[in-house]
Design a protein around this ligand. Sequence first.
Ligand code: SF4
Ligand code: ZN
Length: 355
Amino acid sequence: MEEAQGVKPKKKAFCSICNQRKPALKRPKTLDQICRECFYAVFEDEIHRVIVDNQLFKPGERVAIGASGGKDSTVLAYVLSELNRRHNYGLDLFLLSVDEGITGYRDDSLETVKRNEIQYGLPLKVVSYKDLYGWTMDEIVKLIGLKNNCTFCGVFRRQALDRGAALLKVDKLATGHNADDIAETVLLNILRGDIARLSRCTSITTGEDGPIPRCKPFKYTYEKEIVMYAYFKRLDYFSTECIYSPNAYRGFAREFIKDLERMRPRAILDIIRSGENFRISTSTKMPEQGTCERCGYISSQKWCKACVLLEGLNRGLPKLGINRSRGLNSDHTKDVKRSNGTKNIESKQCGTLDF
Ligand code: SF4
Ligand code: ZN
């Protein structure tokens, strides 16, 4: 049997779950030595439990899976379609991709998603920045350089996913954020002193007051296990980083979490638990939700964040809306106001972008 890279189980032991077959891997989450079949079973069952316990879906719902072609969303598409069949969730599943217009990166990863569409029999919808906003990320980077590009990209992506989801008329959007991503976001919010975001970044479902709620079925799933699962199942995914990824700060946070995990695998779950247990005083007034006067998208200000950024681009003033959006301002009320009520880009920003 093949072994997962770098994981060498002792030869003679039996799988600690079935006690019958030889172990093929050391499970990253528990360090148990288990066979491949048992790994598939625990991996899938844990996700099923998370879905059921948190009531992520209701029978008959239409659900879009945010699909980037990366490992997380590919495994999510595969596992969700399996579980949907096996446990009769009664869901209509779709793949939803965003084409940011990044040559040499997104065009290639979209080819992967198109293959997934056929492999899993899930209808695919692609929405592009060019169609929605009139700009590709290539054009934006040409204009503004490699600073703040991810702010544009993140704001546009959030809205693009919502618009794609509306076109598909889905009830929910499921994203491939995994436990490592969430732990990383908890840590980053602590490092930034952003207590308001800290308390909501661990929510398994968000945006219930918005047009289309989003959920994270992989909230407790370890990245290493997703990689192993994709590897053993030979799933077809794309693993190149975005060519415009700045990545430095987030990258350090990621490395730090990986170091902790090496010493104590539970560390990832513990960080998530810490984030969940933070409570902020609720005296802070949250902005009222309205709609953008320009595009009709949900916004607490006259114009939504994407329209402000777009106006800057179209007027040749790309800094418009950048500094106002999320200063290193610790005054939360101001920050919420300034960000037009747009939630922070909780999706990875971006490295091996997978939304
Ligand atoms: Fe967009 Fe991610 Fe690339 Fe930044 S790293 S430009 S957010 S795809
Ligand atoms: Zn076994």
